[in-house]
Design a protein around this ligand. Structure first.
Ligand code: XIL
Length: 351
């Protein structure tokens, strides 16, 4: 009898030890990312296409279960939604918005004024300032107006600052309209939907650099000029071979929060192709980056949104862009949660 009791006590202790070890590795709460996010007052987001949301059941199940907000990957870009001067094509974007609103997901509009994925017809008018202003106004008023009350956040201007020196990028918008294009873009977006929150969005801005200093100067200019902006998006396309430190992210992002801006991460993913090590080591390092970056952001003032540029490694723009396989996200090709998923949960649980 006594032997049996000892046996059960030891077995129970072992079981507890195994569980708490597994818990320390994985976190054991059955809560979804968005349920944990709600406790920290942060929205969890992913990008998506209409096909992924409507035709790929495994994808949409995860999107609805784990996420609060969706950014259309390409459907709202100028070249997709406004391919010819006279005609707008809202087809894919409407399908995404309808799916989201009927599944309790918010939508981030991406993006109104950008130099990439622009249709050829816009460039034809590049030497006509008045015409370029009119094109921009018509585009913003029509697209934002179409989604009035449905799109909660807009990336109004995307990637306007140069990587190498932080000066303004010589885009067709800047060259034809001048610096005034920022003020006009935000003003017209605000007029078209006064309740939508308006953002400036850029990449390679998470650490201190000439580029992030340039973006900071641009945001100071916005404030000085009373340009109606609500927040700034940090795309957060990272490289596992060279991830940013927690401390740098916190102090860099806090300087933007001190300008009164809401802080969002808008496109996080991590390029893995240059990591040196085994796949197992890579996934472990990736999980640490997700945990560290998210934990850093959670300690930044006014931090409200953490969006990933996708959810499964099956669909990632990185593998297509670099022509080399990458594993940048938090679900694997079979939609199984990866260690990085648990890394995000650990950050949300304050570990
Ligand atoms: C990418 C899309 O993921 C690709 O499908 C497309 O071919 C190119 O654009 N910064 C942005 C996003 O703001 O719009 C980009 O999305 C990724 C980089």
């Amino acid at each position: 009898m006594r032997v049996q009791k000892t046996y059960w006590t030891v077995a129970l202790m072992l079981l507890i030890a195994v569980y708490s070890f597994a818990g320390s590795l994985n976190t054991n709460t059955g809560l979804s990312l968005k349920e944990l996010g709600a406790k920290r007052n942060v929205l969890i987001g992913t990008t998506a296409t209409a096909w992924q949301l409507i035709q790929d059941g495994a994808f949409s199940d995860i999107a609805v279960r784990e996420f609060d907000i969706v950014t259309p990957e390409n459907a709202m870009k100028f070249g997709n939604i406004h391919r010819t001067e006279k005609a707008y094509d809202f087809g894919e974007a409407d399908a995404i918005v309808d799916f989201c609103l009927s599944n309790n997901l918010k939508v981030r509009g991406h993006t109104l004024v950008w130099h990439t994925q622009l249709p050829g017809w816009v460039e034809i008018f590049k030497n006509d300032k008045g015409r370029m202003k009119k094109i921009m106004k018509d585009h913003i008023k029509t697209v934002v107006g179409h989604y009035k009350g449905k799109v909660a956040y807009w990336d109004v201007v995307n990637e306007a600052v140069r990587d190498e020196d932080g000066e303004l990028r010589e885009t067709v918008w800047y060259k034809s309209i001048g610096k005034e294009y920022f003020k006009l873009a935000f003003k017209w977006a605000r007029e078209a939907d006064p309740k939508a929150k308006l953002f400036y969005n850029d990449y390679a801005s998470e650490i201190f650099s000439k580029k992030s200093d340039g973006i900071y100067a641009l945001m100071q200019y916005f404030k000085k000029e009373h340009i109606p902006i609500d927040g700034i998006g940090f795309q957060m396309h990272l490289d596992l071979a060279n991830p940013p430190s927690r401390e740098v992210i916190v102090s860099n992002l806090n300087r933007f929060a001190d300008l009164g801006l809401e802080i969002h991460v808008t496109e996080m993913d991590v390029k893995t192709m240059d990591f040196k090590g085994t796949k197992k080591q890579m996934e472990k390092a990736l999980a640490q980056v997700y945990q560290d970056v998210f934990a850093a952001c959670l300690s930044v003032k006014n931090f409200k949104n953490f969006t990933l540029w996708g959810l499964t490694d099956k669909y990632t723009w990185l593998s297509l862009t670099y022509g080399s396989v990458n594993y940048p996200l938090i679900f694997d090709n079979q939609y199984k949660p990866k260690e990085s998923y648990y890394g995000m949960k650990r950050a949300l649980e304050g570990m």
